[in-house]
Design a protein around this ligand. Structure first.
Ligand SMILES: Cc1cc2nc3c(=O)[nH]c(=O)nc-3n(C[C@H](O)[C@H](O)[C@H](O)COP(=O)(O)OP(=O)(O)OC[C@H]3O[C@@H](n4cnc5c(N)ncnc54)[C@H](O)[C@@H]3O)c2cc1C
Length: 102
């Protein structure tokens, strides 16, 4: 049966306001360059960033977890050097731009 565009018609599509269950939540977003902020704070001792993922945080989580664990245990990165994502770039407004994802 063909759908009617008249909303009063019994064959009309349901109004969009009748959408199904939904949810809302916090979206962690870095407005400087949409990349994660990872590593130690340059001033506050024992504060290590792992935030600001701006969308791809799940796929980056294994590498970030490993790198941050190395930093905590060794005081440096060992297998992955993520220093490019350090807080210093935020403080100096020097974005790290993603070259592959647009
Ligand atoms: C709609 C949507 C789609 C996404 N799709 C993808 C995708 O396809 N692929 C991908 O890789 N990533 C995706 N992401 C991004 C990914 O989900 C996030 O980057 C990732 O979850 C961030 O992990 P996180 O541990 O840093 O922060 P979160 O997962 O946000 O965890 C932070 C935790 O801290 C808690 N918290 C906050 N404040 C406090 C407080 N004051 N005290 C105690 N606890 C607190 C929160 O409750 C939360 O549990 C998506 C995100 C959204 C919203």
């Amino acid at each position: 049966m063909r759908k009617s565009s008249d909303p009063r018609s019994p064959t009309a599509s349901p109004p969009s306001k009748r959408c199904g269950p939904a949810w809302a939540g916090h979206y962690d977003y870095n407005t400087l360059d949409q990349n994660a902020i990872i590593g130690p704070d340059p001033e506050v001792t024992n504060l290590i960033f792992a935030n600001g993922f701006s969308g791809p945080g799940l796929q980056q989580a294994p590498g970030v977890g490993r790198a941050v664990a190395e930093w905590i245990v060794l005081g440096r990165y060992e297998t992955l050097d993520l220093s490019i994502f350090g807080y210093e770039r935020i403080a100096s407004s020097e974005p790290v731009l993603e070259k592959v994802v647009t």
